[in-house]
Design a protein around this ligand. Structure first.
Ligand SMILES: NC(=O)c1ccc[n+]([C@@H]2O[C@H](COP(=O)([O-])OP(=O)(O)OC[C@H]3O[C@@H](n4cnc5c(N)ncnc54)[C@H](OP(=O)(O)O)[C@@H]3O)[C@@H](O)[C@H]2O)c1
Length: 269
């Protein structure tokens, strides 16, 4: 019954709140200072998951930790400043989270940036930064987690990719490429982990209202971050392999996106 309710909530983007389903399991989550990561931290805390949250804006993590303490005072939340492009610091942060929380059950590579610029526009530094954060930072998160999960014998690694990675979008070439790279990396990891108790989940969100896209002229089918977080939390708990968030309409639109001729796609602003 519960599975059916969660499936329905996923399809419709509805609440589907599942109380205390976390059962004290521990989550390592990057990019928790705003948007999807912040909302996901709150949602997972409500479900009883212990958390290791990180981002560069430490003051926001402290506020988030206080917000979580207001409704879950006994929940163990470890907040740490972390730039995911500093891969040495990332590996250390993961090890610290394992030690402090007595293990990590789920690792979510969520930290990301998006810049809008055209190829050859003279803004290559933005492109480089996008790859450093969205690809290198996320790969390092996955690598740290899988190394530990292999030793432990079980675990769950989750990558927040994007519908934008399922088709190269104009003015978003580095971003589309970064998300395609992360999804492919995780797909390869899944094959390597066949026969183990380590699961790999790839989530491709559509538009979720956050700082990342606040200035976009159009955000079709946008949903708020809280709703996005509930959907993503449900998908993580179901250990889906690959999905869009929400499933409808993006499961269908992402397939159609691949068929649109570049001439038409060029008009999208
Ligand atoms: N919103 C959408 O519609 C949408 C759609 C598809 C995919 N996504 C993906 O969802 C993820 C979350 O994005 P969002 O929409 O929630 O955007 P957001 O509100 O801008 O959040 C991005 C998060 O990533 C963190 N971050 C950025 N650079 C970092 C770095 N170098 N090291 C550590 N953390 C870093 C930011 O924290 P600090 O700045 O404090 O470090 C922030 O917490 C991203 O991977 C994004 O690509 C979003």
């Amino acid at each position: 019954m519960r599975t059916r309710a969660v499936r329905r909530a996923n399809r419709t983007g509805g609440a589907g709140s599942v109380p205390a389903s976390g059962n004290g399991r521990a989550v390592f989550l990057t990019g928790a200072s705003s948007g999807i990561g912040r909302a996901l931290a709150v949602e997972l805390a409500r479900r009883g998951y212990r958390l290791a949250i990180s981002a560069r804006r430490e003051e926001r993590l402290i506020t988030l930790k206080e917000e979580i303490a207001s409704f879950a005072p006994d929940l163990h939340v470890l907040a740490r400043r972390l730039d995911v492009t500093d891969t040495g610091a990332l590996f250390a942060a993961f090890d610290e989270a394992v030690a402090e929380l007595g293990g990590i059950d789920i690792a979510i590579a969520n930290a990301g940036v998006a810049t809008r610029s055209e190829v050859g526009s003279g803004e290559f530094e933005h492109a480089k930064r996008t790859i450093e954060v969205n690809v290198i930072g996320a790969m390092a998160t996955v690598d740290a987690a899988v190394r530990y999960f292999r030793e432990r014998g079980s675990g769950h690694v989750v990558g927040i990719c994007s519908v934008a990675g399922m088709r190269g979008l104009p003015r978003s070439a580095p971003y589309s490429a970064s998300k395609a790279a992360l999804a492919t990396y995780l797909e390869a990891a899944r094959s390597e982990l066949v026969g183990t108790a380590i699961d790999v989940t790839v989530i491709h969100p559509g538009f979720i209202a956050t700082e990342m896209n606040a200035d976009l002229p159009r955000r079709p089918f946008v949903i708020d971050a809280e709703r996005g977080a509930r959907i993503i939390a449900n998908q993580i708990e179901r250990r889906v392999r690959v999905t869009t968030a929400p499933v409808i309409p993006w499961g269908i639109l992402s397939r159609l996106l691949k068929l649109i001729p570049s001439r038409l796609l060029a008009r999208v602003r």
